[in-house]
Ligand binder design. Structure first.
Ligand code: GLN
Length: 286
């Protein structure tokens, strides 16, 4: 490893540690590799790798932002989700690996031998819509978001992954952009809505609270506002043998299951756990 680069990494590591960034060494390496447009292991393997003064300025500027609490994904402009790289900025929630459970569940339940129609309500970065379209060439996806900025990011991600011809982006509040033509159309309605109770937002880490969009987090007084609204309408857009898949927050699964069961139109309602054993996805089948 280049001696000067090692010093730079060391300084960055210390600064991040002082700023209480948990994975300080790793994040120093991620930023350095991003600036040098190389892989992280190249930092150690390529002796001739140097950071010129221009790159050094960019690096320390990014480091400053990270130390001030900005999420590293916004700084480097991307986050991996379902094995695909998504562009992200502060107009969208950073895709979480919990949401991969929702996508994997949907991929398992959807038939692959005919055209299928899927709606992603509150698409944000397009993580759900784009990855479903990418892994299911037979899928036609409708991605809805109330926020113009989010739709802009989602469209970019659809282009990057070559699925823009199979995703329709619609602006509006939940099912608002749908009309009579969309009744009983969908094989699946998926959503990872904002689900943090309003009063809990203050208790989140600075990283989330001060940088990720409030509109993507705030689920109303009890965090269940968007589930309530979606559950009351969703069944009219689902076809026979279709399903709803919702990601839910901690302790919310039983409430959302009850809401769905009370509709009396689903044959089966169940939960899927995440890797830490918490009910993370609720499925309701027609
Ligand atoms: N659907 C997007 C995701 O899962 C955005 C979710 C949101 O903004 N609440 O990442």
């Amino acid at each position: 490893m280049n001696h000067k680069l090692m010093e730079i990494l060391y300084t960055a590591h210390q600064k991040l540690k002082d700023a209480r960034v948990e994975e300080s060494r790793l994040e120093a390496e991620i930023l350095a590799a991003h600036v040098l447009k190389c892989e992280r292991h190249d930092l150690y393997l390529k002796d001739n790798l140097v950071m010129n003064i221009h790159e050094e300025n960019i690096f320390f500027n990014m480091l400053e932002r990270r130390c001030a609490g900005e999420p590293i994904q916004y700084i480097i402009g991307s986050k991996e989700f379902m094995g695909l790289l998504f562009e992200v900025d502060d107009r969208v929630l950073i895709p979480r690996c919990d949401t991969e459970i929702l996508v994997e569940t949907a991929l398992e339940l959807l038939p692959s031998d005919r055209e299928v129609f899927i709606a992603d309500i509150g698409t944000g970065s397009g993580a759900i819509a784009v990855s479903i379209a990418y892994y299911m060439p037979n899928a036609q996806v409708f991605a809805i978001d109330i926020d113009e900025g989010a739709l802009c990011v989602a469209k970019k991600n659809a282009n990057i992954h070559g699925v823009n011809d199979r995703i329709q982006f619609l602006k509006g509040n939940m099912f608002e952009p749908f009309n009579i033509e969309h009744k009983s159309k969908f094989d699946a309605i998926l959503s990872n809505p904002p689900y943090i109770p309003t009063n809990d937002i203050d208790t989140l880490s600075v990283q989330v609270r001060d940088h990720e969009p409030q509109i993507a987090l705030d689920g109303g007084k009890d965090g269940l506002l968007f589930y309530r609204r979606m559950v009351s309408e969703a069944h009219t857009f689902i076809r026979e043998k279709g399903f709803i898949g919702f990601e839910v927050g901690y302790n919310q699964a039983s409430h959302v299951c009850n809401m769905l069961q009370n509709m009396g139109v689903y044959t089966c309602v169940y939960c899927v756990k995440d890797l830490s054993g918490i009910d993370r996805v609720v499925v309701a089948r027609t």
